[in-house]
Ligand binder design. Structure first.
Ligand code: ADP
Ligand code: MG
Length: 361
């Protein structure tokens, strides 16, 4: 518990310099706060909008300690920050979200075990370290299944589908023979996510659940609100709140779920992200206080802001060459264009997003 909130003029330190860091820094500036970005890349989206920048390795403890000495709080805009990096900063200033939130989200096995311990439903899963493990797991969790690396997966990377037990060896080879998780394929109606924010005093606020469409493992579209029943919407928020509380999380947390409809609708949690999330970008335009501002508020010990949705929204990612259409998009009515300042448009790279607003349903 902070004795008092960090006042305007304070500096937040952000580990990571991507678009999430950029949007966090912009939100911080609106509250009169400064941002110091730490990134291992010399040219990175958040540097353009920050008051101070450090280029350094996430393993350089001296550089991290010096960085932490210049800021009032440290947060993180990417998930795979090493625990030692967070701990180095935490010896100097408060770090939010807590290290545990990252530890749980970084390892799919720890994550699934943690969710199960909370009584949250997840896809059938089994840890896989060896080909024998995989064969045994496949006897229990029948193909089609997914084999995912335990660590460092994102945007669908580090996972492969197994359609027949005979493909086991090739699949393990394809993901690089690293510790993995076998996961049953969920036949879902839709994918939804909930962005929850938890303050230092334990206050919880939720954004409405959104519906997500992924293409090639990468988020393509988020629709707010999700076309789910009122009770499913409440259930989704309840699950997200339970997870945030169990982690004593501070800041924004995203919970990705599969909705399976039927006689008894079910929400199956896919994964959690202990940070601002792509499926919450719509909140910049369709809510009074965005996920970015609320994350900043939470880590600075401020009261949380209003998460109410004033409009319906459709957020579309601009991936790779999509961003070349910026001029046409900029002339579209009811559309807000966000570009991340990346110079090179590689395939699969998130270059920006657009949010289209509609009257609130
Ligand atoms: N068990 C599953 N059943 C069905 N689809 C899945 C499953 N796991 C992942 N997917 C699909 O792949 C996407 C990316 O997988 P995810 O586990 O979220 O990894 P990442 O860390 O890359 O986001 C999901 O959003 C979903 O569309
Ligand atoms: Mg995901």
């Amino acid at each position: 518990m902070p004795e008092s909130p960090l006042p305007p003029g304070s500096t937040i330190g952000i580990l990571g310099g991507g678009q999430l860091g950029r949007m966090l820094a912009v939100a911080a500036s609106q509250l009169g706060l400064r941002s110091h970005i730490y990134s291992d890349e010399a040219a990175t989206p958040a540097f353009d909008v920050a008051a101070a920048r450090t280029v350094g390795s996430y393993a350089d403890m001296d550089a991290l300690t010096r960085f932490a000495g210049t800021v009032d709080v440290v947060t993180c805009e990417f998930e795979n920050v090493p625990a030692e990096t967070l701990e180095a900063a935490a010896r100097v200033v408060p770090v939010f979200p807590p290290v545990r939130s990252f530890a749980v989200a970084q390892d799919r096995l720890i994550e699934k075990d943690f969710l199960t311990s909370l009584g949250v439903q997840v896809a059938p899963y089994a840890p896989v370290d060896t080909l024998e493990d995989l064969r045994a797991a496949l006897a229990r969790i029948k193909p089609p299944v997914l084999l995912k690396t335990r660590r460092f997966g994102y945007d669908g990377k580090g996972q492969i589908s197994i359609r027949a037990a005979d493909d086991a060896a090739a699949a393990l080879e394809a993901i690089g023979q690293v510790p993995a998780l076998l996961e049953g394929l969920v036949r879902f109606e839709r994918e939804v996510s909930v962005i929850v924010v938890r303050g230092q005093d334990g206050e919880l606020q939720f954004y409405d659940a959104v519906e997500n469409v992924h293409e090639n493992g990468i988020l393509a579209i988020s629709r707010a609100p999700a076309r789910i029943s009122l009770s499913a919407g409440v259930a989704a928020k309840t699950i997200a709140g339970k997870i945030a509380e169990a982690l004593s999380h501070v800041g924004v947390l995203c919970v990705e779920m599969f909705e399976r409809t039927g006689e008894r609708p079910e929400l199956i949690v896919n994964e959690i992200a202990p940070r601002v999330h792509n499926s919450g970008h719509w909140t910049l335009d369709a809510c009074l206080v965005s996920q970015f501002e609320n994350h900043v508020r939470a880590i600075c010990g401020w009261p949380l802001g209003d998460t109410a949705r004033h409009s319906d929204a459709l957020m579309t990612n601009l991936i790779g060459a999509d961003a070349e259409k910026w001029r046409a998009l900029a002339s579209e009515a009811g559309t807000s264009v966000h570009l991340y300042g990346k110079t090179e448009a590689r395939p699969g790279r998130k270059m920006g997003h657009v949010t289209r607003l509609f009257p609130k349903s």
